[in-house]
Design a protein around this ligand. Structure first.
Ligand code: PHE
Length: 356
């Protein structure tokens, strides 16, 4: 269970009812110490608006660490649109109204927060947000944006998988490694294709049985989603929604390392310690999943060509390797080593050091 902090750690949390959609829109700005806060807009059902606020608080904090460790002069934020339990994804005019409401919420923050795509949103939604504010990443290329962030997130994850393989097995060659990928959406799907082409021995799962087709295409073994984490694997790659690593599951994993792009994989902070004690190396999700924001910033703010953006995304492997070295040297969970680094970077901004 989460212990509530005595004082709000976030700079600002806005909870508002969209005037067009009537939906609760939450924007959490965790930190702007390094620069304007950056983080995607999540649209999904929650048990209630308080659960949406709790998710926005956790996700925006992780964005601060993600941006800092990726070397971006940006802070962490997140937007959450709360749909009722069981609601289908809004479509047509309802969806447009919703995204215009998000655009207003972002515009109200006057540049303290820039949004982008996340679970339940994509570039076409960002085009709609862009009718209300310029503080939006990943619009379609037709609207002048850098488009889908999924491929870069997948490429950054591949760099992280290679770095963890090198750390654990002495080589970044994934050929013959048994890798389990949970979640075959836009990020997981591309990841699986890349890893299959590199010769990995893949086991995959998705809650949507329709995605079994992809398993067949790449020659991966298909198992039920609840079986994948307890399958004998070299590496487990969580690529679906967060909270997978519960204390209970942490005791049952049968892999040497976990390295995936899903945000907020730890159901509780103590799980990092449990995994460390069991000798399972958990690559912090906020290091692994930075490819999307790294590319978006490289393309849209720094006006760099795709080739330079790709090099910066590949740098995620170098960052993870450094975190894993810190952690091994101090015999602490990589989560602790990564947070120590991230906090030093954020604190350094306060001391007037420029952020790379
Ligand atoms: N969903 C992305 C993440 O969690 C957020 C994002 C991507 C925001 C690209 C802006 C641009 O990192």
């Amino acid at each position: 269970a989460m212990v509530e902090a005595a004082a709000l750690e976030h700079e600002r949390v806005v909870v508002t009812r969209g005037r067009r959609s009537g939906r609760t829109v939450v924007v959490a700005v965790h930190s702007t110490a390094l620069g304007p806060a950056l983080g995607g807009c999540r649209v999904r059902p929650y048990a209630g608006w308080r659960a949406g606020v709790a998710d926005a608080l956790r996700l925006s904090q992780a964005m601060t660490w993600k941006a800092a460790l990726a070397g971006l002069a940006r802070g962490g934020g997140k937007a959450v649109v709360v749909l009722p339990p069981g609601a289908a994804a809004p479509a047509g005019a309802d969806r447009e109204a919703l995204m215009l409401d998000v655009g207003d919420a972002v515009a109200d923050l006057r540049g303290a927060y820039w949004t982008g795509p996340d679970v339940g949103t994509g570039p076409a939604d960002m085009d709609v947000v862009g009718r209300r504010t310029d503080h939006v990443f990943c619009r379609t290329s037709a609207a002048g944006g850098s488009g889908d962030s999924g491929p870069a997130t997948a490429d950054g994850t591949v760099a992280a998988v290679r770095a963890l393989a090198a750390h654990l097995f002495g080589t970044d060659d994934v050929a013959g490694l048994r890798i389990g990928v949970l979640g075959l959406g836009s990020v997981g799907g591309r990841l699986v294709r890349t890893l299959a082409a590199a010769g990995a021995d893949l086991v995959v799962a998705d809650a949507d049985p329709g995605r079994r087709v992809l398993a067949g295409e790449v020659g991966a073994r298909w198992v039920a989603p609840d079986l994948l984490p307890v399958t004998d694997l070299d590496l487990l790659v969580p690529a679906a929604v967060g909270g997978l690593l519960t204390p209970e599951l942490a005791g049952r994993l049968r892999c040497a390392g976990v390295v995936g792009p899903a945000n907020n994989q730890l159901a509780g902070e103590e799980v990092a310690t449990t995994l460390h004690r069991r000798g399972v190396v958990w690559a912090p999700d906020y290091v692994v999943s930075a490819g999307g924001i790294v590319r978006a910033v490289a393309r849209e703010l720094d006006a760099q060509p795709e080739s330079v953006a790709a090099e910066r995304v590949a740098g995620i492997g170098t960052t993870l390797a450094a975190v894993l070295r810190d952690a091994a040297a101090a015999d602490v969970p990589p989560h602790q080593a990564a947070l120590t680094r991230a906090r030093a970077i954020v604190a350094g901004a306060g001391a007037g050091a420029g952020a790379g």
